[in-house]
Design a protein around this ligand. Structure first.
Ligand code: 16G
Ligand code: MG
Length: 548
């Protein structure tokens, strides 16, 4: 039975079971994320908020994903998924934060009332919320807290169980588009595998079989999910060896493994010995990030990060669009300031693709990518996907071929739109896209890597008294506060060949991040340390001075 209002008594009684600790909670770039033992009240309130969001959208299904991605196993977190599978609308992040910091039943009810009033919620259509979780041991109890919140707020909860983050995004979109013209797919995990595997097989038809790839799953949810996916693919078409698939031993999740480890350490994960010429890739703990790597003949490690994936994808799609005779479709690439300068140079100068730069965080890239017919977006750290606009999809669907070659290209382009997860970056789907492109080009990782050479780069973390005094503009590439800092930074950067550096407050850690790149390794290190020193001095650095 649908209700016309919230049951205040129910919320009050349930909130007493989930006391709020004296912690300042913030719904940040990737939702709430911190030590799992602090999160019980947060999940309870996420349940209430997800219900409110669904009421607000006339009962459209909202998703909640319980995960802390690449963070250590003792952490956990939660993020909300909007009806089309995208991240929660930004205005609601503020409500999430408000609610999480309401410390008792009265304040919770007050916060709820204020959200209802501010957003004009009505309750007559009911609320529907689906949720999933990763392999963390803390998920079970956090699911209970979430369910308490959903029940207290009168939502219809559906537990989808163990899922990768992108699978949950997929399910939300499928449920909300079912029976419409842009139905996204079967709203089941099996439906997801079938959609991806069918598209993959179409794209691999007639192409050389690649040698098996080795996939590091960070001992996370990607491991069982990739294993499930493999059941839908004939071994002769494509094969993968899964490493770091131990999701049952305590302490193993993300430990010296996964995309974040490989990207930041610039080395192979535990459990993968690189044989020259072979392909390797890593997912992160919730399987929404992907990086590739290989060893050259001399055994030297080489990383193919999100920038490299973006370059590969953009070039391939541009070629395919041309062969399919739908050149009116424009392709653009979206990056952040962390993109290697060489990648931006390659895309703009060599590929002649428009490139936009936006703030860090998937939602910013996603929104910018929607402005292109085909928007390829990737963060250097491996978060990303390719978005096809409704107009582009329509053109691809309705164009009639005049030649057999054009016919094949159109078929492939259609399959590509099915293969690529349109809701959010998806390590599995992105990996399949890369594999398809390598098969089409008949390239090894080394050949792919030849597109351009990364400038040496360095990331340094500086702990300061208050990181929020560092304010930036121009997609985080220019500091506006503290005043005068940018001029000092420019003066330092100008001393280095091809030097580039920027600083920004982290959205996920209590620190300021310094990025530096320059023509040589030594120059990069000096530049990074000089800028880190500057931040330390101007920001009231804490602890030891940063050093390389
Ligand atoms: C979050 C973001 C990621 C971003 C990172 C930056 C999502 C799903 N994740 O993990 O895109 O690169 O934060 O972290 O948006 P930082 O602010 O600590 O540098
Ligand atoms: Mg992740």
């Amino acid at each position: 039975m649908t209700q016309m209002t919230l049951d205040q008594q129910k919320i009050r009684a349930a909130s007493d079971l989930h006391p709020t600790p004296e912690v300042n909670f913030v719904y940040g770039t990737a939702g709430f994320r911190m030590r799992a033992d602090m999160l019980d009240s947060v999940l309870f309130k996420v349940g209430i908020l997800a219900a409110l969001r669904s009421y607000k959208l006339n009962g459209a299904t909202i998703g909640v994903m319980i995960t802390a991605s690449h963070n250590p196993e003792e952490d956990n977190g939660a993020k909300l998924v909007d009806p089309r599978g995208e991240m929660l609308e930004q205005a609601w992040e503020v409500y999430a934060t408000e609610l999480a910091n309401a410390r008792d039943a009265d304040s919770i009810l007050k916060a709820v009332d204020s959200i209802v009033a501010q957003t004009g919620i009505t309750f007559d259509k009911g609320a529907n919320v689906i949720y999933g979780y990763d392999t963390r041991p803390s998920c079970a109890s956090l699911v209970k807290a979430l369910e308490d919140g959903l029940n207290a707020a009168g939502a219809k909860p559906t537990n989808f169980g163990l899922k990768s983050t992108p699978q949950l995004h997929y399910l939300v979109r499928c449920i909300n588009t079912a029976g419409t013209n842009d139905a996204y797919g079967e709203p089941t995990e099996e439906g997801y595998y079938i959609k991806l595997s069918e598209a993959f097989k179409t794209l691999m038809k007639g192409k050389p079989t690649l040698s098996p790839i080795t996939v590091d799953c960070a001992n996370g949810v990607g491991a069982p999910k990739l294993a499930d996916f493999l059941k839908y693919i004939d071994h002769d078409v494509w094969a993968a060896n899964i490493v770091n698939d131990d999701i049952n031993t305590k302490g193993k999740l993300n430990y010296n493994a996964g995309a974040d480890y490989v990207k930041t350490q610039q080395k192979a994960p535990l459990g993968a010995t690189l044989a020259p010429g072979e392909r390797y890739c890593s997912f992160d703990g919730d399987a929404d990030r992907l990086v590739y790597y290989y060893a050259d003949e001399a055994g030297v490690f080489h990383l193919l990060d999100g920038d490299k994936i973006a370059g590969l994808a953009a070039m391939f799609i541009m070629d395919l669009v041309k062969s399919a005779g739908v050149d009116s479709i424009n392709v653009g690439v979206v990056q952040t300031a962390y993109a290697n300068g060489s990648s931006t140079q390659y895309l703009t100068k060599q590929c002649q693709v428009p490139v936009s730069c936006v703030n860090t965080g998937v939602k910013h890239l996603h929104h910018e990518a929607e402005k292109y017919d085909v928007g390829v977006y990737f963060e250097a750290n491996g978060h990303g996907t390719v978005l096809f606009s409704p107009e582009a999809l329509n053109t691809i669907k309705t164009t009639e071929s005049k030649t057999p070659a054009q016919n094949t290209a159109l078929k492939q382009l259609r399959a590509l739109t099915e293969l690529i997860n349109q809701t959010v970056g998806d390590a599995l789907s992105d990996m399949l896209m890369v594999e398809v492109i390598l098969a089409h080009r008949n390239w090894t990782c080394q050949e792919w890597d030849q597109a351009y050479t990364d400038l040496p780069n360095r990331l340094v973390k500086v702990v300061v008294a208050n990181r929020y005094i560092f304010k930036t503009t121009n997609a985080e590439r220019t500091v506006v506060e503290p005043e005068g800092l940018q001029a000092e930074l420019d003066a330092i950067v100008s001393k280095y060949n091809n030097g580039r550096s920027f600083v920004r407050a982290s959205g996920t850690e209590d620190a300021v991040r310094v990025y530096a790149e320059a023509a040589t390794r030594t120059e990069t290190d000096y530049l990074a340390i000089a800028v880190a020193q500057l931040v330390y001095d101007r920001g009231g650095g804490i602890g030891s001075l940063p050093s390389i």
